[in-house]
Design a protein around this ligand. Structure first.
Ligand SMILES: Cc1ncc(COP(=O)(O)O)c(C=O)c1O
Length: 394
């Protein structure tokens, strides 16, 4: 499949998603809307589950290997480097379990207000094994990632971060951080949940120890399926759990020896050793694959199309002197605004105009995508100008 977004009208792009006309959905960083094709695939796969007598071994492997291949294609790495996980926290827990802390290398570097699925793993590790968390202030990173690179030293065990901050969209110079981490002999864990599927990412160039992505945002997938990518040097670690889905060889019929069950030895090939139990997930996987196929097919035109939408959005708020945090360095798909004393007026207006956004503390977060049409932006402009008064008198 190759879909050129630039050859499609706004309405054609939006028409591929299950989005009612009166909803202006600027909240993909929370939960993406679903592709209509994925909903249809889910109807079919629900029916597969409804007839267990027809389920074959093929149902257990075909869709998950396709998912691995499509995700691998998206980040530019071989399929053997991909594991299936149910949540970002699960993948981050694998990274955490396989990171060794020693008295000489005991620092874990994070960014301020990191997502709980990332932060909590490391906090628990430090509590149980010793070591220290170093949290780099977000405000120091809004212009450049220098403060993060400077924090990495030869006592650093690992840097665990997102290429784009989940609350205000601050972009991290991942290449610079990767180079600094390598030079210091530290590990690198990337939570790509808010970036993979919308920002370009070259796995073999950045070469993190682990890349973790939850699938229900920019991969346009259902809830509860995500991916972990690990390079070959990380294919000998310990999974979070051991099951017939990640141990032994594939396919895995039960084997018997002298009347006893012969349990499999060793982990599955490549990163499959980290796969979650019941990875076959034949109800959800066809939906996951529709999202991944769409993201792969549209990735070359995505940033141009999205850039225009985001520029208009920023322009509407700028008319009232409300500028994005990380103004010169925010992601094209995720932006946070503070709006000070006018915040509640804006939030109320958004609710009344069916404009979907998220609010974290004093930050209002917008996360547009290519399905946002001119009429969504007109609705946004009407809500903002209505709440704050005509331009200039807000
Ligand atoms: C940066 C980031 N990581 C991870 C997640 C989701 O984590 P999990 O799949 O563990 O619920 C989110 C959800 O908002 C996120 O923004």
């Amino acid at each position: 499949m190759n879909l050129s977004l630039n050859e499609m009208s706004d309405e054609e792009i939006r028409g591929q998603f299950a989005l009612p006309e009166d909803i202006a959905y600027f909240n993909c960083a929370y939960l993406s809307p679903m592709l209509k094709s994925a909903i249809e695939a889910g109807d079919v796969s629900g029916n597969v589950r409804a007839r267990p007598w027809r389920i074959t071994e093929e149902n257990f492997y075909a869709e998950i290997e396709l998912a691995r291949r499509l995700f691998a294609q998206l980040i530019g790495t071989p399929q053997d480097n991909i594991a299936l996980i149910p949540a970002a926290s699960y993948g981050l827990a694998i990274a955490c379990r396989n990171t060794r802390l020693t008295p000489q290398r005991c620092r874990i570097i994070l960014v301020e207000n990191e997502h709980p699925s990332n932060y909590l793993q490391w906090r628990e590790k430090v509590r149980s094994e010793g070591g220290e968390l170093t949290v780099v202030p977000l405000s120091a990173l809004r212009d450049s990632s220098e403060a993060l690179c400077d924090a990495i030293d030869d006592r650093t065990a690992v840097v665990s971060l997102s290429p784009c901050h989940w609350i205000d969209g601050t972009l991290i110079d991942l290449k610079a951080v990767a180079v600094a981490a390598r030079a210091a002999g530290a590990g690198l864990v990337v939570d790509g949940t808010q970036s993979i599927g919308v920002l370009p990412f070259d796995f073999d160039d950045i070469r993190p120890d682990y890349l973790i992505v939850a699938g229900y945002k920019w991969l346009l997938g259902p809830y509860s399926v995500g991916f972990l990518a690990a390079p070959p040097e990380r294919h000998h670690g310990t999974p979070l759990e051991f099951s017939k889905y990640n141990c032994g060889t594939e396919p895995a019929p039960y084997r018997w020896s002298s009347g006893r069950l012969a349990y499999p030895e060793g982990g599955r090939r490549g990163a499959r050793r980290y796969d979650v139990g019941e990875n076959a997930n034949f109800c959800l996987m066809p939906m996951v694959n529709c999202g991944l196929a769409w993201v792969n097919a549209t990735k070359s035109d995505l940033s141009e199309r999205l850039g225009g939408i985001t520029d208009t959005l920023v322009g509407i708020l700028a008319e009232h002197d409300i500028l994005p945090l990380a103004a010169g360095n925010h992601a094209p798909h995720l932006l946070g605004f503070q709006a000070d004393g006018r915040r509640q007026r804006l939030i109320d207006a958004f609710r009344n105009h069916k404009i979907c956004i998220s609010v974290y503390g004093d930050i209002v977060r917008f996360s547009p995508h290519v399905y946002n049409t001119k009429s969504d932006l007109d609705a946004l402009a009407a809500a903002v100008h209505g709440a704050l008064g005509a331009t200039g008198d807000s």
